[in-house]
Every structure is written in C-alpha cells, then in structure tokens.
Design a protein around this ligand. Structure first.
Ligand code: 4AD
Ligand code: MG
Length: 416
C-alpha cells in the first residue's frame, strides 16, 4: 500500500466504478475506486471530491497500460485535505487569455504551464552547469543602480538622500568590472525595461544571463554563444522529453540545432532583406519581420554581426575594418522567434569610449568608474546577454513569452 497526496484534476464515475486523476507536481496518477470493494465511507468521500480538492489517497499501485503514466492505484482510502468549491475558475474548456492571465496563480497548475516551468528550470540549470564546467564565476550584480545601462526606459524609485535609484536594465557594466577581477564571469538575474512595448516578446521584467570574458574578441564571443545554445537544447532534448510531448513541440526542429551557426554581416543582411522585399535601409535596426525573413532559410540560430554604430549601445567596440559599424552580434533563433542574444566586444580604448559617452549625451560623471576599467589595465573583452524567457519560448514553441515566466510583468499587467 502507498499513500499519495495531491490535487484532483479529473473525476468520472459510472456509479459502480469511479476514477480520480490527481496530480502532485511531479506527474499524474489515475486512482480507481470500485464501489463494491471499498468501505461505504470511502465511496462517500469520492462523491465529495471536486476539481482541485487536495487529498491523500491510499491503495495498491499496479501496471495499467491505458492509464496516464502506465500505472494506476486501486483505492482503499481517501482523505480530503482541502476542499475546493465547484466554482474553480479554470474549467476544461477554452478560456480567453486575459481571463487566464488574471488567474495566473491557478492557471500555473495546468499541465501545459507545469511543462513550461519544468523546461525553464532545465534551461536555467543547464546554463549554470555550462558555465560551471568552463570555470566561469557566477557574480550577482545590483538591481538598484544609478542611471546606467541600455537606452530604453528606466524604472525609478526614491533612494534616501541619493536622489533616484533605477532598476537595472543590464548587469553588464558591473560584469565588465568583475571580469577584470575574475577573468570569466556570468550574471543571472532579473532586469527591467520600462518600454511601452506590447509585443509577444517583451516583458518589463525579464531574466537575463550575461557572461563577460577577459581576452575574448567578438569571434570568441560568438563561438561561446553557439556552444551554449547547442548545450542547452541538447540538455532539454535529453531530459525533458515528456514535457516537450506535453507541449506538442516538433522536436525534429530542435534536433537540427548544431554548429556552426551562420554569421551574416549586417550589411549583407540588409542586401539580402532588400532582395526579399523588405523596406530596410542601411543604418536601420532589424525589425521583427526582417528577423523572421532572415532566419527563414536556416534551421539553426543565425548571427547578424557588426551593426551600424547608431543602431547600437555606446559601449560596443568600433569595427577597425569599417568604423561606421561596431563589433557586435545579435543571435536570432530559428522558426521566427527573433533575437534571443545581444552581444559585443567592448570598447577598450579610453578616449573612444569617452567620446561615445559624450556623443550619446550620457552623464560622463556617472560613468567614471566604468571608464576606470579602461584606465587601469584596459583589456580586450566581450560578453553577451541571453534573454531567458525568449529562449524558453523558442525551445517550448510557445508563441508568446508571457507563459514562459511564472508571474509575468508587462505594460498592462502587475497582478497577480
Ligand atoms: O540586446 P540587449 O538589450 O543587450 C543587453 O542588455 C546587453 N547589456 C547584453 C550584454 O552584452 N551583456 O538584451 C539582451 C537580450 C535580448 O537579446 C533579448 O533576448 C532579451 O535580452 N531582452 C528581453 N526579453 C524580454 N523582454 C524584453 N523587454 C527584453 N529586452 C531584451
Ligand atoms: Mg538587443
């Protein structure tokens, strides 16, 4: 006899034989109650069960090929732990997305959402393992910062007598300081963008993994990105088959994610896009449609490198082969999932970096410590940021990234 605790997900009864399907977070179990074989009070307990009642069932487990998971329990005893009124909001029928998002705290219990969270966890663990195996040091960078970071919107809050503090848009600049101390590091944390974007790939709070490597140039940087993505995909394929089945993911597409990934120069990408009918002009950033067009011919992620200076952040290193551009890359996921990584070699020349800070109208005094990294032993270095939710969305095959984090924060969503 074994005892299992969990929540009811399905109920059905013929009057003589009853089935309770329950879940406990690790899987589902079909429990069978035969009226003539159990005490009257056990049958009575069954009749009180509702969707999402929490319960403890005791019985003998046997192989049953028709049951989900291949086993079922012949029930001898049922104990109700927590009742659940019959108005449980999420019923086995179609619900609108706003309703599901309002009930995210309950929606999270459904099998598809559980599968996504498990794949997300596997990806997170794979990333930690990937960097640990390569002797990178995990460094935690601050979330409350003085104004410093990327160009898009800042969330601000009052900070004692210091004026405003801003929620970090990136850990990179601190990561660069840490790389000068430790050689190769990565950050893994939440980042914040007050962007008024309502697309399927924007959150206002998302998780980013940002490695930073001393003595890596832009080519070393792309190689590391490629190795990491291949590692993550392999790991999910190896360990999360049942979740991918639950998600109805076409795994043959993931199986084809192998190096080398194509590296396309920005200027060539613009010509190729124009040939495909895009309106893009040299100097523009790639739009979502351009990204989809560009990856359409490939089965692996694609790097687009060396964008025009004006389209990218101030800290990227000028390209010696074409000073209109910088040494950077965007890594675009296949199947139209778009940019999942942004990376670059960093400007290591003090004067050039200071000039870029002035050009961008940034407050040079706030960047004093960052400039110090170019005064005291400047070094060739590179790094990148992987967007976790976008990576989860691609690997799970979910169209919108709001399902790829337990409690998404978006322009119009702060609850639950
Ligand atoms: O390209 P981004 O803005 O690069 C940086 O922040 C650099 N500091 C990274 C670095 O070099 N250390 O952002 C990196 C990635 C994007 O490719 C995307 O995957 C994700 O972060 N990202 C977002 N994900 C969800 N919602 C948003 N609003 C995102 N903005 C960026
Ligand atoms: Mg980017």
């Amino acid at each position: 006899m074994v005892t299992v605790r969990g929540w009811v997900t399905h109920l059905r009864s013929s009057g003589k034989v009853a089935f309770v399907v329950m879940r406990d977070g690790t899987g589902t179990l079909q429990c069978v109650v035969v009226r003539t074989q159990v005490a009257a009070d056990v049958w009575e307990q069954f009749s009180r069960l509702t969707l999402e009642t929490s319960l403890s069932v005791t019985g003998a487990v046997r192989a049953e090929p028709r049951a989900p998971g291949g086993y079922e329990m012949g029930v001898a005893g049922i104990e109700i732990l927590g009742t659940s009124p019959i108005d449980y909001p999420i019923q086995p029928k179609e619900h609108g997305i706003d309703f599901l998002m309002d009930n995210r705290h309950l929606w999270l219990r459904s099998s598809r959402q559980v599968a996504i969270m498990r794949v997300r966890h596997e990806i997170e663990q794979a990333i930690h393992d990937f960097f640990y195996e390569r002797e990178f040091v995990h460094v935690d960078t601050p979330i409350l910062t003085a104004a410093i970071g990327e160009r898009s919107g800042l969330f601000q809050t009052e900070y004692f007598d210091e004026g405003f503090a801003y929620l970090a848009q990136t850990g990179q600049l601190y990561g660069e300081a840490a790389a000068a101390a430790l050689g190769r590091i990565y950050t893994f944390g939440p980042t914040f963008r007050a962007e008024k974007s309502k697309t399927r790939r924007h959150l206002t709070e998302f998780w980013m993994i940002e490695p930073e490597m001393a003595f890596y140039d832009t080519n070393d940087n792309m190689q590391l990105q490629e190795d990491m993505l291949v590692y993550i995909v392999r790991r999910v394929l190896d360990r999360r088959q049942s979740e991918l089945v639950e998600l109805e993911r076409d795994v043959s597409k993931l199986e084809r994610v192998r190096g080398p990934f194509p590296r396309i120069e920005y200027s060539d990408a613009v010509s190729a896009l124009q040939a495909k009918g895009s309106e893009i002009a040299w100097g523009d950033d790639l739009g979502a449609e351009d990204e989809s067009l560009l990856v359409a011919d490939h089965e692996t992620p694609v790097f687009v490198c060396n964008y025009p200076k004006a389209a990218k952040a101030f800290y990227m290193k000028e390209n010696p082969a074409d000073p209109r551009t910088v040494l950077c890359d965007d890594c675009l996921a296949p199947e139209g999932y778009g940019e999942i990584i942004g990376g670059s070699q960093r400007e290591d020349d003090y004067d050039k970096l200071l000039a870029r800070i002035h050009e961008e109208g940034l407050p040079a005094d706030a960047y004093g410590w960052y400039l110090d990294l170019r005064r005291y032993g400047s070094f060739v270095h590179s790094g990148y940021g992987l967007g976790l939710e976008r990576t989860v969305a691609w690997i799970c095959g979910t169209p919108h990234i709001r399902e790829c984090i337990a409690f998404p924060r978006m322009m119009h969503r702060l609850r639950p």
